[in-house]
Design a protein around this ligand. Sequence first.
Ligand SMILES: *Cc1c(COP(=O)(O)O)cnc(C)c1O
Length: 474
Amino acid sequence: MIATPTKTPHTGQDYLPKKVTETTQLSPNQSLLPLTANINNHDHLEIGGCDLQTLVEQFASPLYILDETTLRTACHQYRDGFKTYYQGESQVIYASKAWSSLAVVGVIATENLGFDVVSGGELYTTQKALTQLGYSCQEIAQKIYFHGNNKSVAELEQALEMGCTIIVDNWLELQTLVQLGETIPNQKTPILIRLTPGIECHTHEYIRTGHLDSKFGFDPNQLETVFSYIAEQKSLDCRGLHAHIGSQIFERQPHQDLAGVLVEWLKIGQEYGLTLSELNIGGGLGIRYTEDDDPPSIEEWIKAASEAVMKACQRSGIPLPKLIAEPGRSLIGSACVTAYTVGSSKEIPDIRTYVAVDGGMSDNPRPITYQSSYSVVLGNKMSAEINETVTVAGKHCESGDIVIKDAQLPQTHPGDILVIMGTGAYNYSMASNYNRLPRPAAVLVNNGEANLILKRETYDDLIRQDCLPEKLLS
Ligand SMILES: *Cc1c(COP(=O)(O)O)cnc(C)c1O
């Protein structure tokens, strides 16, 4: 659906989304820039009809700029993909750890997706947003799936009170749920069982979760004991199985294999008398961060997974389960860019040139955490010739605080705007106040309008939770 670039970009123009035909929509996860990216007659990058330089003048930098069209397009493509390729019931739920905030929940909820949350805080955020949007308690409960390998008793109580589905990760949680559930008469707790399917995929070690040596989920050799235990519990309503095998995956095979493994276990669970009718295959589809990345489209991924589940069910002779996917990165990653302002630079002859920006590892910890790569354009001079290799550095007191090593850029000057692409997932949600930098603002852009969705933190926000013990004052 996207023309694979064959040459290195000469100007910022080469990063714009390239439509193959007028009628096919791009898959957001295959596009470096958001789908609405354009160059206006000031030679500035425009997203959602908003000039990026104007946004920086208005909201300051660093600034997260989230394109509503791209986010909604990814939601549609997941939903429509299931409708086209899966013959049973299906549901797409957003892995909100990628970016959890009221406005993000708001946009995605209006696209009829559900939400996966992994902590009391994400649960609270999602519940608050949905309540403000006017959803009933029952609708909210039906939309939320609660994950986590070490949910606290308080978090489990919070989930039970809400009535959302709990994805049970381990024995302690299972037993705690049974104890808590017995104190609530006439209520069955909807659960899914998470298992470690033993599937390897080629991605960074920290974001691989499906191989057997993983902290997540039940080991397969425990599952039959789990099934027979659950079959005895009146307070539990075990609806199905879940597995998530990793993130930023470009291959289709792992999820096809996963479908086979999960369907086998569904069948075994059913033999224990459990009505397992839901199959949650997790998320993990990758996005394009650099010209070299070549992920399958959302449609291709859904097609592969759907067909594998249908084939496995046919083979096992079981009815099609409700199929659930829970994408995070591929839903929101490509919908956002981060705009920084260029400051100082340092040229080390014959070694490299550093160009520093006004943020870094506090607003995007992925490069220092996972050695992740990103792409950049000069947002205020999109047609300038790309003729320099520089390292874009952050402003933190760490040598490792590098945004992009060996970035290809035109000549830059202090005050220029650097736009880093693909920052919608695991940027704001992993942001910190390291070096006491206030977290950036975020705007939602669409049709030439920019709405503030996260206020920039102030210095007062930084000391809000600080306490100065009385004894120090004397
Ligand atoms: C992180 C996570 C996801 C989403 O992963 P992406 O790679 O962002 O799509 C889905 N399910 C679970 C359980 C996760 O932990």
